[in-house]
Design a protein around this ligand. Sequence first.
Ligand code: PLP
Length: 402
Amino acid sequence: MTNLSENKSNNHLIYLDHAASTPVLQETINEMIPYLGDLYGNPSSIHTYGIKSKMAIRIARRRVASLIGAKSSEIFFTSGGTESDNFALKGISKCIRNYQGEKNHIITSSIEHDAILETCHYLEKDGFTVAYLNVDKKGIIDRTELKNHLTEKTALVSIMLANNEIGVIQPIKEFSEIVHNFDKRIIFHSDAVQAVGKIPVNVKELDLDSLSLSSHKINGPKGVGALYVREKVNFEPLIQGGGQELTFRSGTENVPGIVGFGKASEISMLNLKENFHYLYYLRDYFINRINEEISGSMLNGSLESRLPNNVNFTFLGINGEDLLIKLDEDGILASTGSACSANLQKESHVLKAIGLNHEEISGSIRFTLGIQNTKEEIDKTIRTLSRRIKELRKFSPTQYRD
Ligand code: PLP
């Protein structure tokens, strides 16, 4: 396993930010190395080196497809989750509009990642109308609201499988059933970037037409991801050029990245059950201890329908960023929310959507666990958290007292 734990002063760092990114496992690095070295051939070349690269991509495609129960021919490699989301929303909805002109309506939720929300804003400027579904206090979308927004103009519904900030898992199977019962032609897309590798995800069982995934969230390298598109669903290429990825995504393939993503998918699938149980145990241990030992704390998002590695808390009377800095000084690495936004000052739209006020949002911290974390690390985190929160509350302008 990758050595994460050495910092400048040789202290042990406790990494609790796995929703932002994950370490690449040594086994995966070993498979990638030849494609960064001797096997540098372009997969489009017809000589030996080219064929080796092409074969490696084929194996990776099969591995990624198996992880989500898809066929190899339904997997398109991209540069990551953001591109996959753009690809799905722009590529599919524009195609539908081209062939069925009157269909220009999209439904999504208010708690999506910016890769979906910003793409929807772009499509609104391009003549689409978009409905943003609300969530309840626990972060779950109301089925009735989804039903009420479906119209004969609806081209595409995009609802994330699991949220990146509060880890809430949506009842996607029920949602796709509602949508497809209304009209089989409506495309149901799901951003499953945070869910894949943490919980079982099967595109056929969930009746999904399209799904986004990202390598660096499942212990694979960064800058590579995939879009699943169900057979016979039409979409337009976003990038024109040499016709790679069956003409849908031109550009010479990121061979080492794709190989690493494939290996990470294989490892993830083999260990899914074991990892799920371990993370679940660690998460609940962490949540219970915070609830018991730190007053003025509240868990954000549903406990029942939640990723096994997500712990998102509001600590009243503190500023989350101040706490993060203190924790970092103590060797504990966490996050105030989505790390995938370049604008770190932006208030969390997810916490706002579940009804938190400004003060509660600013006092929130996200810890996301990984399989390398141990119970001893959680014990140390709890001790440090209690101490740092007490210190910060002494200077709190909101005067929260234990
Ligand atoms: N969608 C979700 C739910 C995410 O959490 C992220 C990244 O955190 C993305 C999309 C973007 O993925 P990538 O970093 O691979 O572009």
